[in-house]
Design a protein around this ligand. Structure first.
Ligand SMILES: [Zn+2]
Length: 479
């Protein structure tokens, strides 16, 4: 059981609520460095800004760690309806998409639940697929955009149109693989296309996507609060970059700001038994590259990670509870934490592969996130995330204060506990857990895709061939 720390808790709450530092940092990241998109030039400057703040808070060994990734730069994209009636539809290229022109008939697969691709293969083959972003009500697990894209590719799609299910949010963005051209369209334009197809029976489109797929350098920011003992550490992390069409205020300047705030608050306390490491990851959105680079470059330290907490979109409304990633043995420990914070703090279990905890999770590290499961249900998706409206005005200071305070109260107990109830999970158990969560078929998609592309290697575009060459089929490659 964790000890109680009433004095530290009060100081944490006082610091969190007595300061607007999180909102200051979100505002600076978004207004002064735009999206911090990898390769934009502003990403390094934003890392230097965050490193400067962390040093000023008293963190130690603050530094940038460079890594190189397959990056992507947006060009203009268009959809032209050729038949039955000519019309231009506004759209945006989805990050990492292949460029090129495709002329084909449209097929509408609705929410793209996993069973439509095999059944509808003859319908999908050679066509431009229209799919919306709603979570299929027939599926228990979360269905990510990239899975809908990859399954469309495997069914033989020639092009891909991703439509948001939110009215008045504009076209959505989100990373895909560079195989067939993929674009985002608004709810209104997507429903128009679906309606014309339904009424007239046939729609022919031209999809024209221009973009650049190229290698770029980007960075993680790493900072330490040393503990009384060496070895085991507690890691708090968030990705700092946003999508290039917006400033990524909620997703994920808020996460970066909350991680920095926890660091600021805990740097004022005396050393805890174990050290803490704070990591601001680059390039999460197009393939978890920052967290993968960190896990790859720090194998010993990852093995010595007692616990990793990830913050993706920490400024959302709702309660600020704890989402344990499949660690029932940690529940009694966290029940004590939530009891110390307040009786209505949610605590639940479950994991998805789509953020920076995942490479740690796959190494067996106990990981968690924060948020509110009821709020997630109510929102039914990303909200303003991945749209150009993910801006500073949407950010909620109260939610960030509460998130940082709750996370810091937990951190004190996690870093000081001598009777920590879990250890690194063995690889077989990681695999069994992923399977039990229903994500086995998701993580195996990479292997299927690799086999599919290998068969067609000669006819692939250069960016798709490069993609194939770097695909290992590993479980980290879910986006
Ligand atoms: Zn995110």
């Amino acid at each position: 059981m964790p000890k109680s720390y009433p004095d530290i808790d009060r100081r944490i709450l006082g610091e969190a609520y007595g300061s607007a530092e999180t909102l200051e940092n979100v505002t600076t990241l978004c207004d002064d460095y735009d999206s911090r998109w990898p390769g934009s030039g502003d990403d390094k400057a934003s890392c230097e800004y965050m490193a400067g703040r962390l040093e000023a808070y008293g963190l130690e060994d603050v530094h940038l760690e460079k890594f190189t990734i397959p990056g992507w730069i947006r060009g203009p994209s268009t959809i032209t309806v050729l038949e039955p009636r000519r019309k231009e539809i506004p759209c945006i290229g989805l990050p990492m998409t292949a460029g090129g022109v495709v002329e084909a008939e449209l097929v509408d697969i609705g929410d793209g639940a996993v069973d439509v691709y095999e059944k509808g293969k003859s319908e999908i083959e050679g066509k431009i697929v229209l799919v919306n972003s709603a979570q299929p009500p027939t599926m228990a697990r979360y269905l990510h955009r990239s899975e809908r894209y990859q399954r469309s590719v495997l069914a033989g799609a020639a092009g891909w149109i991703f439509m948001t299910h939110y009215p008045a949010y504009g076209p959505p963005t989100g990373g895909i693989s560079p195989i067939i051209p993929g674009v985002g369209v608004s709810y209104e334009d997507g429903t128009y296309l679906a309606r014309v197809l339904r009424r007239k029976g046939r729609v022919k489109l031209r999809l024209d996507v221009s973009c650049k797929n190229l290698q770029v350098d980007t960075w993680n920011v790493v900072a330490d609060l040393p503990g009384e003992t060496k070895g085991e550490t507690v890691v708090y992390g968030a990705h700092y970059e946003g999508h290039d069409i917006a400033v990524g205020a909620l997703d994920d300047a808020t996460g970066a700001a909350v991680v920095m705030e926890i660091a600021r608050i805990l740097a004022k306390e005396k050393r805890m038994r174990r050290g803490m490491r704070f990591i601001l990851f680059g390039a999460e959105e197009i393939g978890l590259y920052g967290s993968r680079a960190y896990v790859h470059d720090h194998p010993g330290e990852v093995e010595a990670t007692r616990f990793m907490m990830n913050f993706d979109a920490a400024g959302r409304y709702g309660k600020q509870g704890f989402n344990l990633h499949g660690w029932p043995q940690l529940e009694p420990f966290f029940r004590e934490i939530t009891a110390a914070i307040g009786p209505d703090v949610p605590l639940w279990q479950g994991v998805s592969p789509y953020s920076d905890h995942w490479p740690f999770f796959l190494r067996g590290v106990p990981t968690a996130g924060m948020g509110d499961p009821e709020e997630n249900k109510r929102l039914g998706g990303r909200g303003f995330g991945h749209t150009r409206y993910d801006t500073v005005d949407k950010v909620n200071l109260r939610a960030m204060r509460e998130c940082a305070a709750n996370a810091a109260i937990a951190a004190v107990r996690i870093a000081n506990a001598d009777d920590w109830p879990v250890t690194l999970r063995p690889q077989e158990e990681v695999e069994a857990y992923v399977q039990a969560q229903g994500f086995k078929e998701t993580v195996e998609l990479g292997e299927k895709l690799k086999a599919y592309l290998n068969k067609r290697r000669k006819s692939l575009k250069p960016e798709a061939r490069d993609y194939l060459d770097r695909l290992t089929g590993g479980w980290e490659e879910v986006i």
